[in-house]
Design a binder for this molecule. Sequence first.
Ligand SMILES: [Zn+2]
Length: 467
Amino acid sequence: MEIKAVHFDMKSMIPTADYALTLVDELAEQGFNAILVEFEDKFPFEATAGLHHPCAWTKEEFRRFGAHCKEKNVELIPLLQSIGHLDYILKYPKFRDLRDGGPGGTSYQWCLALEETYELWCAMADELLEVFPGTKIFHIGADECNMRIPCERCGSGKLDLYIKRVRRCAEYIQKKNLKVVLWDDVFRNHGAEKFAELPKGVIPCVWMYRELDYDYLERMAASGLEFWSASCIQAHRFYSAMAPQEPKMRNVDAWGAVHAKYPRISGHVGTAWGRIQCQSPIDVTLPQSMFMSAYLSETLTKGVITDRKKFANEFGKKFFGMELDYDAMFSYFCYEPACAGKFVTELKDNASRHRDLAEIWYGFNEIDKMLEYIYTCFANNEAMLTTWRAGMAPNEMTSNWLDGVRRCYEDTLAGLERIKPMMLKYFPEKMWDEFVDQRFTAKLEQNEYWRHVLTNAAAKWKENMRK
Ligand SMILES: [Zn+2]
């Protein structure tokens, strides 16, 4: 396979520009020759008038990152969304007019009837290519375009506008002698024969993260088009440590079998999603994906892994210099972070290599332990609301939950303080603060609300007892 890539989703909690270099080393060591970088608001685009994230790397830091990739023979593939997934731009009042559906429309995708949206995209692409001068492949995204958003400007012809726009963006990049890649799903869902309307040489990347559509893959293989595939090696909506690994392994296994059947698939991307949209809370990061990236690399190189335990053992020895408890590693992340605690603590304390990753795995698992406790308290309290308000809960019970409220507050603050110095070795401080804010601030405010409800419940119970 020509291109073996891992996805670096900068929507997520980005590492410091220094630490990110070591992640490239690790991916290169694992056998990857490409990294698909989704910059979002972490690249300081001048075209978007400085409305980027406060932790965005500087262009100088990106140049250094690009040069480092080149040194390690890792092809940096920039990904710049050309249709949707554009909340990071359209959420700002300055760009409201560009929304599909007009100023009151969606912040998700921009209007394809507007020439300005094409011009803005070209300007952003130019900035990326100026910073990464040796780029050979460029990904224009274009997935999950919503065809049903009512818009006076584009009327009922959104699919035609979509195809026309994708064609223009592709041509714009191809004129610079670069290869163009795009996500395939809009074509998959609206008629794959329309791939013929794209400029020759544009490479669809077929992404399927759960069930694979084998009929479609058969048709793609028979079409003679060059295409890539994409698996999901990391994603979890509610937690921040490692997603349960088994479904990810199954997805990679399924793709391994497809690659054996269709050797003409010329590239593969293991995607590691850091959050769903730019406005949803941060989930996992690239460092937590390093086991699955190794699993993917082995699959791409040698074919489907038949003995997962053996692979995990070898990974543990090679990567961390120690034995891994396979069951602890794969059973508990996210579902029962408290149970994964022993495994990550041992890893953090005993790993003779990649201590950095062991610490990050440990740190985020600690965070998930706190979240798990908070979720448990809140969920149960919601079910009890009527009882609390009526003053029908005995004080033994109320005091138990008030203790939960106290623990939520004290343990969370203490826990975050405890792991903060360790996390700041790898993540910018402002990024850490934002993460804590997104994951915990609203929950602790809700915790304060429960303290209020429970204190009232206790008073009311006493009053009811007196009657
Ligand atoms: Zn429109």
